[in-house]
Design a protein. Structure first.
Length: 499
């Protein structure tokens, strides 16, 4: 059985706690790997290594940092398939989806390669007689990232490349459910020339998380995960005087107006709801059909959903893979089996789906629930699986009110041909990311990613300008120098006297 250890100080460090976590192949249900779960003492050791590395990395030149990041980007590009294969083996998503995850992570590495322009300061001269004022940004020290299972390569790459480019050192605690991609990311960074201790990977469960949140040498914590845990991360780390960005859960709505291209809307709903088996915080999980188009839209979604091929992620014919664990599969299924009793019309029920030859895998088919009420479990909760709910409203005003009443505010989309309606929607909707005829409006790397309300805790979104600001702090310097002509008597600096 494969064993995954920590990566600390530029090398593999064997787990010493005696605690191990199982890693399963979601397509077969078999345990293929065991991962070391760190003790608080092991976390302390990793932070100490990162702190020691910061003494030199924090004062390194921008050219040194960017040179390493350019080499790192080339290595990641060369190892795309290797990273994707690890993601598929431990998460279950199909290989093409895993490659897409790596590509989106590479966007942030590319942003970090250009960090020199992001870290430029400002200067005002002659604010008073011979007085200049400048603003600069400096690194924080040791920072930590706690990342989820659904994007084991992309989300870490949303964090540590910018952090180290800004001069910080990093301790990454990835999900223990699919840990191998994080180690490969760290190994490639070391191969690119990143000094030992600048990027460290500590595997673990809640013990490791709590140790990071309490550690006095951790200056900032980045987190992506569910809302309850994001709230806990923010509360605990803030109480320990740390800077925090904690991205939580979502219930992303797609508002479809009567004038929309229903074929395009149906295509978008299927890809956005069922891609990556619905295990993504930007999935469209609720379609709001306005007016009389509801029946036709649901029929079009059903027709497309029934054609999706479900199978192992390493099979090129598969369009959707299994869920991460059996427990998660069962929880997702419970929302479908209980939907009818709460008033929904079950158009598609995927709970009985199996794949021949892989009967022990964590399989579930695509489910579609129509005429769902806002007080039902399937609507209120973030299901995080291939379940799409459809709600009906008579007007745009009812639809926008429904969306804004949700406690989540991560992403949303509108499908319409009316530019005025789209403009009104993007101004009125209470969400951090908005798509207009785009179902999953994940920003490109040089804009920032983040939601509103219970989808984000903290003041900074992730990557983009917000990411750079999160991993640095500002300093303002006011200077006044005497004119050389006013040098004390007896000192001649070669400047002519004016009197």
């Amino acid at each position: 059985m494969k064993t995954v250890h920590h990566w600390i100080g530029g090398k593999t460090v064997e787990g010493a706690s005696g605690n191990w976590g199982p890693v399963t192949d979601p397509a077969t249900g078999a345990v293929t790997t065991q991962v070391a779960l760190a003790s608080a003492e092991e976390v302390d050791a990793a932070v100490a290594v990162a702190k020691a590395a910061y003494a030199t990395w924090g004062t390194s030149s921008l050219s040194q940092r960017t040179g390493i990041l350019f080499r790192y980007r080339a290595l990641l590009d060369a190892h795309r398939d290797d990273l994707a294969a690890l993601i598929t083996a431990e998460h279950g998503k199909v290989h093409s989806d895993a490659l897409g995850e790596v590509a989106r992570g590479l966007e942030i590495v590319e942003l970090a390669c250009g960090i020199t322009t992001q870290l430029k300061g400002e200067l005002s001269t002659q604010v008073s007689s011979r007085v200049d004022v400048s603003s600069i940004r400096q690194s924080l020290g040791v920072v930590a990232g706690i990342t989820p299972f659904n994007f084991p390569a992309m989300v870490p790459m949303w964090m540590f490349p910018l952090a180290v480019a800004c001069g910080n050192t990093f301790v990454l605690k990835p999900s223990e459910k699919d840990p191998s991609a994080a180690n490969l990311l760290a190994e490639l960074a070391s191969e690119a020339g990143l000094p030992d201790g600048v990027l460290n990977v500590v595997h673990g469960d809640r013990v490791a998380v709590e140790a990071l949140l309490a550690h006095p040498d951790i200056a900032a914590v980045s987190f992506v995960g569910s809302t309850p845990i994001a709230r806990h991360i923010h509360t605990t780390a803030s109480a320990n005087h740390k800077r925090v960005q904690a991205l939580g859960g979502a219930k992303n709505h797609m508002l479809v107006l009567p004038d929309a291209d229903l074929d395009a809307a149906a295509d978008a709903a299927v890809s956005a709801a069922y891609g990556s088996a619905g295990e993504r915080c930007m999935a469209i999980s609720a379609v709001v059909a306005v007016g009389a188009i509801g029946d036709e839209l649901v029929d079009k979604i059903r027709e497309r959903a029934e054609k999706i091929v479900i199978g192992p992620g390493n099979d090129p014919a598969s369009e959707m893979g299994p869920l991460i664990t059996k427990a998660h599969r069962d929880k997702v299924a419970s929302y479908v089996t209980g939907a009818a009793a709460q008033g929904a019309e079950v158009v598609l029920d995927g709970t009985g789906h199996t794949v021949e030859g892989f009967e022990d895998g964590h399989w579930i088919g695509l489910s579609l629930l129509d005429k769902v009420s806002t007080d039902s479990d399937a609507y209120r909760d973030e299901i995080f699986g291939p379940v799409l709910v459809v709600l009906r409203t008579e007007t745009y005003e009812e639809g926008i009110a429904l969306i804004n009443a949700s406690p989540f505010g991560n992403g949303t989309a509108i499908f319409t041909r009316d530019g005025g309606a789209a403009r009104r929607f993007q101004l009125e909707v209470e969400a951090g990311m908005v798509g207009v005829n785009v179902p999953i409006p994940v920003p490109v790397g040089y804009h920032s990613f983040g939601g509103w309300k219970d989808s984000l805790f903290g003041d900074h979104h992730i990557y983009g300008n917000d990411g750079v600001h999160f991993y640095t702090r500002g300093k303002v310097v006011t200077t006044r120098w005497p004119d050389p002509s006013e040098a004390p008597a007896g000192v001649d600096l070669g400047f002519p006297r004016n009197h």
